[in-house]
Design a protein around this ligand. Structure first.
Ligand code: G3I
Length: 399
């Protein structure tokens, strides 16, 4: 049975009862340790459908998701079962990116992306499209054409317009949220922030000016008026301790919406590292501030990395406190989302530690996800599950 967006999208602002959620992330994470250790030894132990993250979260109108590696979906049966059973929204980790869908100019390859969307519709899942305009994973023909001057500014703008129109049009009516623009704002360490905080060194801003951000949202809306159009970025809920990037995005999106630009929501990626600490209050307050603008919010790429010894299923945090901090910070992000009515989904950036981007990007780090490399649920999985269950048993103010 396919999932029809018009009926299955969460209603605006989750229809959650006024459950006074108790932010007990740390306690839940610590309490989860014994059960997690026990459960982790029962890798693959059958779980009643009603006990899955997606089922428990559905009771409060929240969708729990994961990024999906299409090299494993449908070929690795255990992986495929976890994706189907535990998550109610899926994001293609890579196969909707420009280098994947148009490796040769004018020739599209939708096969892997179509397979994910079909899988989602067969499993009552919604799809987050990821991502239309990003400086990374661009096809070689485009970057080399710009570099050698054979693609000039006017043509580059037409190419981008065509890409957004073709990709959003191809999936019209089948994508719940699109990450329309990704990571175009400057971090405190970037060299050329513009006055409004946009990153002047971003490939698209550099070549087409920052007006292109509003343009891609307009083009995406024309191609699929029903999709939720999100601005997606990391470090926009105070993760680096300054909150400056949050303020820049907040002011920018508020201004564009006042101009009628069709921006529906904000994706906070949620890539954390236990070495930096985490401030759940700022995280939640910033999500709420975006919500108070009338925007939907989503946590779109959650993972909590830490330094490890060993590799794969033998990854062990080198800092023994990280064994608690990792599930705690995952739990705190979920709690922050759940306490903001406009937070419609919470997505982990991958299923298991054996398939995470982290080790290839942050040398010596890993352990970032909910499952280990043998697809055994970790403490973070049980912390989220316990949060969701306890959230139901907390004092209900509406009887
Ligand atoms: O497809 C090629 C393959 O043909 C080649 O043989 C192989 C070896 O070079 O590389 C493959 O491409 C890799 C691609 O993932 C697909 O697997 C790239 O090298 C690799 O760099 C790329 O990494 C992805 C990364 O984005 C690129 O920036 C990660 O899987 C993906 O998890 C990560 O996700 C991003 C989000 O899209 C945006 N937010 C940040 C997040 C983490 O960087």
């Amino acid at each position: 049975m396919g999932t029809t967006l018009s009926t299955s999208r969460p209603r605006p602002g989750r229809p959650r009862s006024r459950v006074r959620l108790v932010t007990i992330g740390l306690a839940a994470a610590i309490l989860a340790v014994p059960s997690a250790v026990a459960a982790a030894d029962d890798a693959g132990a059958p779980q009643a459908p009603g006990d899955s993250l997606r089922a428990i979260a559905a009771r409060e109108g929240l969708r729990i998701g994961t990024a999906v590696d299409m090299a494993k979906l449908g070929t690795d049966t255990a992986y495929t079962s976890v994706v189907a059973d535990q998550f109610s929204v899926v994001t293609p980790e890579n196969v909707m990116k420009w280098d994947a869908v148009e490796p040769t100019r004018g020739t599209y390859d939708w096969q892997a992306a179509d397979r994910l969307v079909s899988f989602a519709e067969q499993h009552d899942q919604l799809v987050r499209g990821h991502t239309l305009m990003w400086h990374n994973q661009l096809p070689g023909w485009l970057t080399s054409g710009v570099a050698d001057g054979s693609i000039g500014t006017a043509e580059l703008r037409d190419i981008l317009h065509q890409h957004v129109t073709d990709e959003v049009g191809h999936f019209r009516g089948r994508i719940w949220q699109w990450d329309v623009a990704n990571e175009v704002f400057a971090n405190s360490w970037d060299s050329h922030p513009l006055a409004d905080g946009v990153n002047g060194d971003d490939f698209w801003v550099q070549h087409l000016g920052e007006g292109v951000i509003a343009d891609v949202f307009r083009w995406a809306h024309q191609a699929d008026p029903k999709a939720l159009l999100m601005y997606n970025d990391y470090n926009i809920t105070g993760e680096d301790g300054t909150n400056a990037k949050f303020q820049a995005v907040y002011d920018f999106v508020k201004r564009l919406r006042a101009q009628g630009v069709p921006i529906d929501g904000i994706g906070e990626q949620g890539h954390l590292d236990t070495q930096y600490g985490f401030d759940p209050q700022t995280f939640q307050a910033d999500l709420q501030a975006f919500g108070d603008l009338g925007l939907k919010v989503a946590v779109t790429e959650a993972d909590v990395r830490t330094f490890v010894s060993g590799t794969g299923a033998d990854e062990v945090p080198t800092d023994q406190l990280a064994a608690f901090a990792q599930p705690y910070e995952f739990s705190a992000m979920l709690t922050g989302c759940r306490l903001v009515r406009q937070c419609i989904s919470f997505t982990a950036w991958g299923v298991d530690d054996g398939d995470s981007w982290i080790p290839n990007t942050f040398s010596g780090e890993g352990y970032g996800l909910l499952y280990d490399a043998r697809l055994r649920p970790k403490q973070a999985y049980f912390a989220l599950r316990q949060d969701l269950l306890l959230g139901l048993s907390a004092h209900r103010t509406d009887g």
